[in-house]
Design a protein around this ligand. Sequence first.
Ligand code: LMR
Length: 395
Amino acid sequence: MLQSLEKLPPDPILGLAAAARADANPDKVDLTVGIYMDETGVCPVFEAVQRAQGMLVEEEVSKAYLPPVGPEAFNTGMRALVFGAQHPALRDGRISSIAAPGGCGALRIGAEIINAATPGARVWVSDPTWPVHIPLLGSVGLQFETYRYYDPQSHGVNFEAMRDDLKQAKSGDIVLLHGCCHNPCGADLTLAQWAEIADMAEHQGFTPFIDIAYQGLGESLDADAAGLRLLSERLPEMIVAASCSKNMGLYRERTGVTLFLGHDAENADALVSQAAVAARRVYSMPPAHGALIAGRILEDATLTANWQQELASMCERINGLRTQLVAGLAQVTDRDFSFIERENGMFSFLGLSREQAVALREQHSVYMLDSSRINVAGINAGNIDALVQAVAKVL
Ligand code: LMR
């Protein structure tokens, strides 16, 4: 029976990351998968994570199961981190949460809950969106519509088109929004635009589902969550998928959380009970290690300060790299790349064709996605010239 199954092509993101790893050229430039890399090309472990991990190893006396929603300190900390510690809905018990295996697991649990409420619900996704959104939510049985989002001409959000498309979203529909640092394009909504989305959700009755995998990598932890918080102050319900992969560097520990804003405390409680049952039938319960680390950081004021400082300097470095890349490209080409500085987070579309992206990797060992999405955080002083020169050659 199993012989009928064919070998599948590699994942478009992870496959290219593997190809970059396998390239023997010592001057290769890997801008594929969205991980933060420091000046030496290493994805570092946060000092706060090392310290929290050390404490946990010292203290741990058991590996027994944790509660199905994950560690309490993690849930409490993540609710405050995402919604803001003073959010009235927190005080009113309208926010519940469940730890999940990474941001993907958090999205999947959100999808399970949507499908339990409205089987086969319509999910509006931005064009483009992170490619994994589709199989991740679609395999639960949800259906998709796209709304126009990125304008390759202006390299920004085409908000008029987005608004026009979302006029068709109605009660029972889900609108999937990137909380910040849009993946793949880096172009985010302004606060005024978030307010317009809130108006539309209020009038039309659709439910926002927010993927905020990159909180803290755009401007700051609070500024990056401002749009989401604005929606949550005005709407009766929403779902959020958050992750500590990027902002705590816990990638391989698979540390995510699904958060529910319910109509009232009873509804929030019902939603998380459904989520626990959904998790039980898929993977039983979330991994503990990363959630314990994140929980410890978030409950300990010294570790929190330490972590926030490290994160802020990463964010600053990424934004500095954006400036340097724009300046470097301006020296080798007349094409305007200034948009790179206006974007947020790790990603940018360089606006190259697929053929140019392929030529970059085949002829110059410069790896980016076929869409010309680059991970800005993969650039450093040692590879920026090679990148700029290679781009100039394929243009
Ligand atoms: C990315 O888009 O590169 C990251 O979110 C990593 C992944 O799993 O695709």
